[in-house]
Design a protein around this ligand. Structure first.
Ligand code: 5GP
Length: 189
């Protein structure tokens, strides 16, 4: 997605060899027009996948996924990050390691919002080690539903996430793929 690559080059800041900050349009301030355009790309790529719901992980995945769900005319569900386990039979939970915070959280999905006939599209803002997407996939599969695709806004292709997801058979589509980061350097594939 050319307009996204342009924004990343103009406004993104590589904090290190592994972390990119894009607070001015995705992670803090949000550019709704850019999010809408992301939705058109995800809709086009996943239109033949018989998607029934769009899932995302709070909080930066919400803006691109709500735009995608709106354009695909589908419901959207946000997987919540809880600090501790909820001990009742009403939720699915799985432990996920946060790349940016270097700590664990309990990714949580209410059983009300999924059923075994669902074909789910997972959307997230970044793909690094694949922990968040794999956690979302575990919850979906525990519910007996299917992961029908994974849409990523910014993939850091030098990290192992894409390979892990593809090895599990998931169809991963990213709008921008970064080959290398370093202080002041952002290179695309
Ligand atoms: P993963 O679970 O694939 O290791 O990391 C993906 C999650 O960590 C995303 O949901 C995103 O919130 C966060 N993340 C990973 N790398 C970056 C990054 O370079 N910049 C920002 N802003 N978030 C990141």
């Amino acid at each position: 997605m050319e307009s996204l690559r342009k924004r990343i080059l103009e406004e993104g800041r590589a904090l290190s060899k592994s972390v990119l900050k894009v607070d001015s349009f995705l992670n803090h301030a949000v550019d709704p027009k850019l999010m809408y355009e992301m939705g058109t790309y995800f809709k086009e790529y996943f239109k033949e996948h018989n998607i029934t719901k769009v899932f995302t992980i709070e909080s930066s995945g919400i803006a691109p996924s709500v735009m995608t769900a709106m354009q695909m005319n589908l419901p959207m569900v946000t997987l919540k990050k809880q600090t501790s386990k909820i001990l009742n039979g009403e939720v699915y939970q799985t432990t996920v390691h946060s790349f940016t915070k270097n700590s664990d959280y309990e990714l949580t999905l209410s059983k009300k919002y999924i059923n075994e006939d669902d074909n789910i599209l997972i959307i997230d803002d970044f793909l690094a080690n694949g922990e968040a997407a794999l956690g979302a996939a575990r919850l979906i599969e525990e519910a007996g539903a299917k992961v029908s695709g994974i849409g990523i806004v910014i993939e850091k292709s030098f990290q192992p996430g894409r390979k892990l997801l593809e090895d599990k058979g998931y169809d991963v589509y990213s709008l921008a793929r970064i080959a290398r980061l370093d202080e002041g350097i952002i290179e695309f594939i």
